[in-house]
Design a protein around this ligand. Structure first.
Ligand code: HH2
Length: 254
């Protein structure tokens, strides 16, 4: 799954693809590099991101979804019912929902849905997240909501532990270490580690550097975690750097 953020403030690529032509060209490039699905988003979910209204998000994503859906699968990364509906009408076939609330819309429209686990909202989610057993709690939340969505008629339900969404770095590593527990549920798992902050801490430590590396210098960490996940049965990885991920996956698979 190739990431296409049409936002001024996404944590690693904010502002790069705000003009529709730039976003469409980048989406085509990601597809040429091997992305099976393009995940179009018009609102950042990074910690502290400022929410946008329906009209702003719609204006950002719709022309891009419409154009890119003509030549392949597109997913819409949104938590807003109106945006999900309009994007599906424009050709999106998957709702990537970090709020895990939009399954009634996916059922009604007959499209696939990603249920992601998170705690709180971008404004609050990194305020000292706590779990007794992060792996078990995330797993039981996802199984319960995925079963409910499947029973309601959602044709394909994906689950995602939500790396970085209301989790400390240790929580993220635990979820990755035990990713088999999610795979074993039988629901296809999607995972997003690409360029995230927890990678920066490890990369910086092993480098002996004083500061964590910036998002665009986290490629090796993104590849290591994506490869680990795929080797453990994760069905889809959500990434910024499609070609390097495809190459790493090819080598790991061989
Ligand atoms: N992570 C982000 C956004 N959407 N969707 C799923 N299913 N899983 C994720 O881990 C996930 C997601 C955050 O990354 P990004 O889109 O690069 O940044 P931003 O939210 O700042 O636009």
């Amino acid at each position: 799954m190739g990431i296409l953020n049409i936002t001024p403030d996404s944590f690693s690529d904010g502002g790069s693809f705000l003009a529709p032509e730039a976003a469409i060209a980048h989406g085509r490039q990601l597809r040429a590099e091997g992305a099976h699905v393009l995940d179009v988003g018009g609102e950042s979910t990074r910690p502290g991101a400022v929410p946008v209204d329906d009209a702003t998000e719609l204006a950002r994503v719709l022309p891009v979804v419409e154009a890119l859906a003509l030549d392949g699968p597109v997913s819409i990364d949104t938590t807003k019912p109106a945006v999900a509906r309009a994007a599906v009408a424009a050709g999106a076939t998957l709702i990537n929902d970090v709020s895990a609330t939009l399954w009634p819309i996916a059922a009604e429209l007959g499209v696939a849905w990603v249920a992601m686990h998170r705690v709180g909202t971008p404004a609050t989610m990194q305020d000292a997240p706590r779990y007794d057993d992060v792996v078990a709690e995330v797993r039981s939340f996802l199984v319960e909501i995925a079963e409910r969505a499947a029973a309601a008629g959602v044709p394909q339900v994906w689950i995602d532990p939500g790396i970085g969404f209301g989790k400390t770095f240790d929580h993220n590593w635990s979820l990755l270490r035990h990713i088999d527990d999610l795979v074993a549920t039988g629901f296809p798992v999607v995972l997003g580690t690409s360029r995230k902050a927890f990678l920066g801490s490890v990369l910086a430590t092993s480098d002996g550097a004083a500061d964590p590396v910036p998002p665009t210098d986290r490629l090796e960490g993104s590849l290591a975690t994506a490869t680990w996940a795929m080797a453990h049965g994760v069905a889809m990885v959500r990434v910024h750097d499609v070609l390097p991920t495809v190459q790493a996956a090819r080598v790991a698979a061989a």
